[in-house]
Design a protein around this ligand. Sequence first.
Ligand code: ADP
Ligand code: MG
Ligand code: ZN
Length: 629
Amino acid sequence: MNKILQNFLLIVLLFIAISAVFAFLNPQALQGTKEISFTQLVQDVNQDKVDKIEAAGNDLTIYYKAENNQPASKAVSIKENNGTLNENLKKQGADETKVNGLNIVFKKESPGVWDWLMPLALILPVVIFGFLFWGIFKQAKTGANQTFSFLKSPAKVFGDGKNQGEKVTFKDVAGVEEAKEEIKEVVDFLKNPQKFLKMGARIPRGVLLIGPPGTGKTLLAKAVANESNVPFFSMSGSEFIELFVGVGASRVRSLFETAKKNQPCIVFIDEIDSIGKIRGVGMGGGHEEREQTLNQILAEMDGFEKNAEVIVFAATNRPEYLDPALLRPGRFDRRIILDLPDIQGREDILKIHCQDKPLAGNVKLREVAERTPGFSGADLSNLVNEAAILAARREKEVVNQTELLESIEKVLLGPERKSHLLSQREKEISAYHEAGHALISSVLPNTEEVRKVSIVSRGMAAGYTLALPKDEKRIKTKSEFLAELAVLLGGYATEKLVFNELSTGASNDLQKASHLARALVTKYGMSKLGPIVFGKRESLPFLGWETETERDYSEKTASDIDAETERFIKEAELKATAVLQQQRKTLERIAKVLIEKETIEKEEFEVLVGIKQQNHKNSRKSKGAEVGV
Ligand code: ADP
Ligand code: MG
Ligand code: ZN
């Protein structure tokens, strides 16, 4: 719009300039020459004063003779419209002889300023409108180009010499050795396609990277981009979906078109679950768009010629939500699993992220790895970073083991909130509550090892008991679930037993316990109702749990499920209360120390409960630490 305004101003200026030029060319208009009447002119003619008359149409310029010592002067006048100048002069009573002796010069009518300006005034609006329309059309045209350019894929391109800043290599990825090996093999296909084609082998079309969040799927893909030496087009699943329907499919088309032009190359679609959701189910709208986009991907992958040297990588956290059609041979027929790292993997990942940080001599990354089962690569990277920040805040030269260990909890639970002061009463309640969790966790078999008990607020929690499995396991048993339920209810049971009163502090525990108990019945088949799964569920990624989307059982079963859930909870509470009553003294001891010191570390806790209590339980649980709040 600014441009149009500019043009407009330019035109106005031009207009003024032209007027000025014409005014200058027609000096008469400016020079304020004396104007005399025609009668005066006649008199002057009779008195022989006039030397010469210039006539341009009806305009007369009169040149007087130089008189005595006065210089020759000039005047203007106008004659009547009809008749010649001679006739007019005579008619007004000028002497015939004098008139005949006059020196009259006829000139072409000189155009006045307005004679020029009039046509200009007519043309100008046309010109202005022309400019306006031109501007608008120009704008509309670029607008249209923009409109259509978003149909193209905004894929990032790697491996074309740009994007050199981020040089991730296979060396930067640890703890996922099998996945790395498999990927290297696929990349080999691209580097040496002839070797494989000669054998009649088909180049794998699609490779799906599956693994929990933060295990390095995106990282691995970036490493592939840098190590494969072929163009690498990267796009996130969510980038396909825009406000407008049809954009997704169009972007897919454009992405694959570019890819085909650049073979051999790799196309990487990150977080494909955001488009690849099972068609036809799920909550919320926008399915049509997803479906179209997904269909387009399927069509494109099918459309490759047999020897096309394009490999499509995709990554997802939730393979269960991928459309089975995506997983068909000829599409994503290779699946590479990235798991949460084991202890060795964690140590290696820690090493990678500690590379550029000054470490104290006392740092033992193995110990950090031991204490972080269930941490993903991203968590570990976060942990190291937190430790570095902590060390910097403490004005230290190097990162010490203490900072690393402290950061574990920070990553797990959020920052300590020391300023969140509890009243004496609140402190007591929290202390007993946490002591209850911790005690039950240490007494019952099949629970996790207590690493720390604290009543310092962290994140949302007023206090916490940190229990971690000793080593990771992929499978959980019913006994472990039941023990977990008892631990979860430990806080609640303690408050009831000690204060004969309940508080809001247990609400989070109860929520988790209820959810777990219900899952035992409806999901794991661990109740009296037998090995049946009830209801269809969908996970709510942002909440981290599931919601039931479809009820496929009768009212009667629903009430049976409720009854079983209730039974699990009741039994867990009874079990917890029994332990607490038995070990009331120990409970008091832990609570007293907690009120005094606010935090108890593993070693001190074990002394307090007189551990090496015969049950050195099997630890378990593969994912995350158990945190009783
Ligand atoms: P996702 O699997 O969710 O795509 P990312 O690849 O984005 O996870 O990982 C996030 C960050 O976590 C990485 O940038 C890296 O710093 C760290 N990370 C994750 N996994 C690993 C790993 N296996 N080795 C080293 N660093 C890792
Ligand atoms: Mg990712
Ligand atoms: Zn609790």
